[in-house]
Every structure is written in C-alpha cells, then in structure tokens.
Design a protein around this ligand. Structure first.
Ligand code: XMP
Length: 507
C-alpha cells in the first residue's frame, strides 16, 4: 500500500481515534502510534504529516509523556492539539503555565484567516476548550493565529517549519469548524491528495490480520449483529478457509433471523457452525421471571455452548471479536449497573484462547456498516438495529416460553413490516409481549389474550432516548394486523415513555 500517511501520536488523550477518523474522512490514511515511538521508526514510515493528540498531563511535570525533541526537526508538518500543542511549545522553548482562568466547553475563538489552516473560514469560530494549562510565551518563529477571551494563544503557527498548534479540539463535533481545520492542515499544509478510500482501508486491515494470524486458524462467535457479521466477512476474505464461525441460535432471535444469518454466510469461504440450542436455553429459563437472572442464565449458557463447540475444533489459539471503537470507550466507563449489558458473545477471561483478533477496533459504527456493504453483506444485516444479546427473552416479560416467544416474533415482524412504509426511521423499534392479559371480544366470543406493547425510540447514544411520534394510521393498522393475525393477543398499546425515566427495553 503506497497511500500517503498521517501518523497520530498518542499522548493519552481520549480523542485519538476520533482524530484518526477525521483524517480518514478526508480520504487520507492515518495510523495511531505511541507518543514516545522511536524517531527512526517514525521517519521510516514517511508520513506527510503528524498530529500530536491531547492528554491529561502537564508538560512541566516530571514524568509526563514526552516526545523526541528532534521530532520537530524532521521537516514534516506537525499539528499539536491541546497537550500536543503544549508539548511542542515546551520542547521548542516556549512557556507553558497553569491558566489563571481554566476554560471548559464551547468557547468563542477569533482566528486569522490568512493562515493556511483557517483558509476559507469565518474569523469567528467556536472551539471546544478543556484545559488548565496554557501557552504564555511562544518559541522563536511562532505567531499566534487564534485567540479567545482568556487565551491569547488559542492556536499558533510557525509557517516556515510548518508547525501548528491548537489549544481547542478540532476533532470533536463541539468545534463545528474543526473538520475543516483538519482538512486545511492536511491539504494546505501537508500536501495531501486524498488518495485513500475504503478499499485501501480494507486492504490494510486484511494485511494486518494476515500478519497477526500467520497460517493459523481463528474462531469467531457470530451473533448476527452488524459488528460480528462484518468481522466474519472480513476475516473470511483475509484468511479463506481458516475461519470457524460459531453461531449459537438460542431460540431468542426475531422471526427468520437465524436463517437470514446463515444465508448471508452460505457463499463465503468459512466454516459456518450453527448450533440450534433453543431447547437448551428454554429449559434453563423455565420458571425464571427476574430480568437480571434471565441475562445471567443466557450469558452462562452461551459461553458453555460456545466452549463445547470450540473444543470440538481442536487446538485453535486465536479468537476473533467484532469489538468496535465505541465498545472500547464504553467498557472504560464506570457507572451504576442498571442492567448488566453483557453481550452474548462476551466471553470470560479464562477462555483457552491466547490471541485476540479485533480488526474493527478502531472503527466507528457507520464505518463498520460501510465496510460491511463493501464486503457484500445484505442490507438486512448491515442496517440491522441494535438487538440485545439476551434477545427476545428481555422483551417477553415474565416467564419465557416457546408459545410466548412465537407470539412476540409474529407481532414484532408485523410491526417491522409496517414501519418499513414509514418515512420516520427510529433508531430502535420493536414489540414487547407484556405479561398482562386483558379481556377482548372477537366475533361473538370473549377472549382473554396478551397485551403487546410497541416501542419506537430516537437516540444517538442509547443512554437516553425520546419516543418517536408515529402516525396514528400506522399504529392502528399495525394493531389491527397484530390482533387479527397473532393468535393469543387481544390488545396493543404504544409506549410513550422516554429514557429516563424508563429504559429502552422493558426489562
Ligand atoms: P436500555 O434498556 O438499558 O437499553 O435502555 C439500551 C440499549 O442497550 C440494549 N440492551 C442490551 N444489549 N445486552 C445487550 O447486548 C443486554 O442485556 C441489553 N439490554 C439492553 C437495548 O436494546 C438498547 O439498544
């Protein structure tokens, strides 16, 4: 691969993957490397530009992350962001000190539009500030190219050496002009040509997988979700014939889902192992009504089935997982356990595998979807909405039985089919089989059937949500179809509660 390359040097900031993504969005290849990487190694990569990330430390503290001072003599354009800018200033002889007034949040910034990184932009910008130190004196050769009310050096430049720094974070959405600033740095300063696309990205990932795995075999737990499906398709291409996908069908999937997953992988060069374990899961769930208990049982049983199947495959060292970047951030967050969101597929630490293959680790959800499409996965898989690991068990309130699951599957399929006609596209929508029965009348006889609740929500982070106002005509048509077509259901309601105070799932 001979694409132009930008190296993102990591100094411990939380946004390094976001920076790499912004560079990819400009059709420029980027890789993240540790801030202290040896200079010869860095130079050998021949990057057209280098970006120094932020970080939580203070440059004047002993032991804070540093870089080789000769980095700034390589003649390669460098953009330092937040800590990265302070490190550049400190190393080159500027003065970094604690701020008299720390700035947090969206801050007005006045920029010098004559500078190549602010070309074509308005003088008044908004930047996300988050700093307790600031640059109070610039090294020789540098000038200030942006200021805020409290920060005289909100961005700095030495145009001769092509060294730039920004105190605010151009990579986040809270800096609305930030993507343009990064684009300007790449195209106006580094001479980027935008020669990188998703095909190159795929080729790079395939090369890395081959490098890691050599000629060995790999096992993957396939759930049918977007991430594990894309991971499977990618691995099948990277190591044809040496990928073993274990798909545990726990019988808690939506209508036809198990068959759809199997069909999507039928023509690929991989070993697809479908384990139909419905009976096993339902036996263990008999009489269980507590949601957390259901989750725990399903998680444990999943691991047991997975291990049994993996053992049959013999000695395989590598386990692949479809971990994507937001999972990496979320797993670092400590919060009270409202629901134990263990994903089925989340495997215990003492599992026999010694090598972990996670090719999607640096990608965001929309990028994973784009890659999935490229790899020829069907829209039903690529655009699949999030589906909880414990499946319909947490949408079937009370005890989970085959009869209740079948009713729920039918009702859910009708709701999804009707929603296809809607112009509104909720981020998640589904049916729930409540444990409430109510009296109804059909023909001349009394019925006493279950109540189905419909739910459709809009959310970006799934931590909070709003209810989607669905057209009454669509709701009534769905309700009529469900009551007419699903035996055992006599009433349909629409859930109009947001999160908080409710949660997205009912259990
Ligand atoms: P809640 O119900 O907590 O759901 O508002 C937020 C998001 O997480 C999904 N969810 C789960 N996902 N295992 C999962 O993998 C689980 O046990 C689980 N419970 C909820 C839910 O579908 C929504 O997208």
């Amino acid at each position: 691969m001979d694409n132009q390359l930008v190296v993102v040097l990591d100094f411990g900031g939380q946004y390094k993957e976001l920076i790499a993504r912004r560079v990819r969005e400009c059709s420029v290849c980027s890789v993240i490397k540790p801030g202290e990487m040896p200079l010869e190694e860095l130079a050998a990569m021949e990057p057209i530009g280098i970006i120094l990330t932020g970080g939580p430390d203070s440059v004047y503290r002993d032991g804070s992350p540093k870089c080789d001072p000769k980095l700034f003599e390589l003649g390669i354009p460098i953009l330092g962001i937040c800590y990265g800018m302070q490190l550049m200033m400190h190393t080159l002889g500027g003065v970094v000190e604690p701020c008299s007034v720390s700035e947090y949040g969206r801050t007005k910034v006045t920029v010098d539009t004559a500078s190549p990184i602010f070309t074509g932009m308005d003088r008044q910008q908004v930047g996300l500030m988050s700093h307790t130190d600031q640059v109070n004196a610039l090294p020789a050769g540098f000038v200030s190219i942006a200021q805020t009310g409290h920060c005289p050096n909100a961005a700095v430049a030495d145009p001769v050496r092509r060294l730039y720094g920004m105190q605010f974070h151009p990579e986040v959405e809270n800096t609305p002009g930030g993507a343009q600033m990064i684009r300007n740095f790449l195209f106006n300063v580094c001479g980027a040509t935008g020669d990188y696309n998703i095909e190159d990205y795929e080729a790079r990932m395939i090369a890395e997988i081959r490098d890691q795995v050599g000629d060995e075999h790999v096992v993957l737990g396939l759930s049918g979700g977007v991430d594990s499906s894309v991971c499977a398709a990618l691995l099948a291409k990277a190591i044809p014939g040496r990928l073993h996908c274990i798909f545990v069908d726990h019988g808690l999937m939506r209508k036809n889902e198990g068959d759809e997953v199997e069909a999507a992988f039928s023509g690929r060069d991989l070993d697809f192992i479908r384990v139909n374990a419905e009976e096993r899961f339902l036996n263990r769930l008999k009489g269980v009504t507590d949601p957390e208990r259901k989750r725990k049982i399903i998680g444990e049983e999943f691991v047991r089935v997975f291990e049994e199947e993996a053992d049959k495959l013999g000695d395989i060292r590598f386990l692949a997982q479809g971990t994507i970047y937001p999972d990496v951030i979320e797993s670092g967050v400590n919060s009270a356990v409202i629901k134990s969101h263990h994903n089925v597929g989340g495997l215990p630490e003492d599992i026999k595998f010694t090598g972990l293959v996670e090719p999607l680790r640096g990608l965001f959800k929309d990028e994973v979807r784009a890659l999935g499409r490229r790899l020829g996965l069907p829209d039903t898989l690529v655009d699949r909405q999030p589906f909880p690991g414990p499946g319909l068990a947490v949408r079937c309130i009370g005890e989970v039985t085959k009869e209740k699951l079948d009713m729920l599957r039918e009702a859910d399929a009708i709701f999804r089919a009707e929603m296809k006609r809607s112009r509104r596209k909720p981020d998640q929508y589904f049916a729930v089989l409540t444990d409430t029965r109510s009296v109804g009348v059909m023909g001349d006889s009394r019925t006493h059937g279950y109540t189905i609740a419909l739910r459709a929500v809009k959310t970006t982070d799934f931590m909070t949500c709003e209810v989607v106002p669905i057209a009454h005509s669509l709701l009534t048509r769905t309700a009529t179809r469900i009551v007419n077509e699903v035996k055992g259901v006599s009433r349909v309601v629409y859930d109009i509660t947001g999160k908080p105070p409710a949660t997205i799932e009912w259990e």
